[in-house]
Design a protein around this ligand. Structure first.
Ligand code: SF4
Length: 463
């Protein structure tokens, strides 16, 4: 019996099933690798094959057309529930199932193994990559057509493979520094109630040469200094370090711990995660979810079209872009002109500035009155931001189900309830975090959330 197996056997019932599960993840790593390869094969088939098939006729369904099935799996199931899973379980998706991470790590075994360049460590990449893929996805209608899905998802996968081939050895350099959703996942994982907990004193007390298993030297693919790991943000929950030096175990924690717990004051005052939260998840993403339902978008487009006609500027009204830049499906009567594309960008930019600016203003004010850095106060909005992204993605789930005749009339009510509870949670985090003017902190966070909440309420109740 190897040391990990002994640990699983030795661990008493008091240590709990979670710790045993963590150790089992390490011991049965081959099962995880097998699951990863199954997901890789399914992912590659679902992302690639529909792009070479004709668009599905109207009378086809999720269960009898591959393109519709792939759309439902990617946008109706995968995205919303990955977001939920990360808030509930940490980045298990990344470490156990993500095909891009698995491919990037696998090819890096055979690649050049170069050191990570300085430019790649710039903290703004997750923000830039998230904004670009979100906006590009809207311009090409990625949720509706398989070709842009192949372009965006497949392009991201190719980039992950290329990064793996050049940088790192058996590592996930792509996931750590460049993946378009790693920043969002890193924020959401902060409120997960399970994590790999590191007992630093136990680690230090272990004999220098001690390893849990002689056969398994820990390879932390996302390049974490495990001994010093205090945050679940970067941890992919792969389980490879479970039981290491008798100091690492899968454990429960309060979902508030990482935002307000002891030691949180020393953590992350980096501005980029806060910018991603305020201007990305609650700015750009909100604009992307709302523009197509907005009567204001239609009114602004009509006004702009009238202005262009008055000046006899016809090309923005008549000319369409290529499918890889702007939606172009004449066979489905769905073509974006340059005016459509320009208005879409303007709408998302405006909503980003208005909503993000509103939130940022309240955060700065609350920060000034409580003496906290605004970027730390911003982290209290993670429950609200995560719920907002889930609510937006769930619209795709329910609209696809409605297309199949499954209407969920209670869905909007549940969404509003979820956002209300998330607002309360965020406000309570601000209360707990602030050491003075707690009511001001809670009120500031409530006010910050009020505008995006009102934006969702307007969409659900008025549009
Ligand atoms: S710290 Fe690294 S090795 Fe340990 S579970 Fe997280 S990602 Fe895996």
């Amino acid at each position: 019996m190897n040391a990990v197996a002994e640990q699983i056997a030795d661990i008493g019932p008091g240590a709990g099933r979670l710790a045993r599960l963590g150790l089992a993840m390490r011991r049965y790593r081959n099962a995880i690798i097998a699951a990863q390869w199954l997901v890789v094969l399914a992912y590659l088939a679902l992302v690639a094959v529909p792009a070479f098939l004709p668009l599905p006729p109207d009378q086809t369904h999720i269960w009898n057309n591959l393109t519709r099935f792939a759309q439902f799996m990617f946008w109706g199931v995968w995205w919303p529930f990955v977001i939920l899973s990360i808030m509930a379980l940490g980045r298990v998706w990344c470490g156990v199932l993500c095909p891009e991470g698995a491919l990037s790590e696998w090819v890096s075994r055979y690649g050049l193994g170069r050191g990570i360049p300085r430019w790649m460590k710039w903290g703004g990449w997750p923000f830039v990559a998230f904004v670009m893929t979100t906006v590009f996805g809207q311009m090409t209608s990625v949720y509706e057509y398989p070709k842009p899905a192949l372009l965006i998802l497949g392009g991201s996968t190719l980039a992950a493979i290329a990064v793996g081939l050049i940088w790192g050895r058996e590592k996930r350099v792509w996931c750590r520094h460049l993946c378009p959703v790693s920043g969002v996942f890193g924020l959401l994982a902060k409120i997960a109630p399970v994590h790999f907990k590191v007992d630093q004193s136990a680690w230090g007390a272990a004999p220098a040469g001690h390893r849990t298993s002689r056969q398994h030297v820990v390879n932390c693919a996302p390049l974490i200094n495990i001994r010093r790991m205090e945050s679940a943000s970067a941890c992919h929950m792969c389980g490879r370090c479970a039981g290491e030096r008798d100091a690492v175990q899968l454990a429960l924690r309060s979902p508030n711990t990482e935002i307000v717990g002891a030691g949180s004051h020393a953590r992350e005052t980096d501005r980029w995660p806060a910018r991603l939260l305020v201007f990305g998840m609650l700015g750009v993403a909100l604009g992307a979810f709302q523009w197509s339902a907005s009567p204001w978008f239609v009114a602004a487009k009509q006004a702009t079209a009238g202005w262009l006609v008055d000046r006899e500027l016809w090309w923005p009204l008549n000319e369409a872009g290529h499918w890889w830049l702007l939606t172009y499906y004449p066979e489905a009567n769905d073509v974006f002109t340059w005016l459509d594309g320009g208005m879409l960008l303007a709408y998302i930019a405006t909503e980003t500035l208005v909503v993000g600016g509103w939130m940022w203003g309240w955060l700065r004010l609350a920060a000034m009155l409580t003496g906290l850095p605004w970027q730390r106060l911003a982290l209290t909005l993670i429950p609200f931001a995560g719920s907002s992204v889930f609510v937006g993605l769930s619209l795709l789930t329910t609209s696809q189900l409605a297309g199949e005749g499954i209407v969920l009339p209670w869905a909007h009510g549940v969404r509003i309830g979820l956002l209300a509870l998330a607002t309360l949670w965020s406000a309570s985090l601000a209360w707990l975090l602030a050491k003075r003017n707690r009511a001001v902190a809670a009120l500031g966070i409530s006010m910050a959330a009020a505008l995006p909440f009102a934006a969702w309420g307007t969409q659900f109740l008025a549009w």
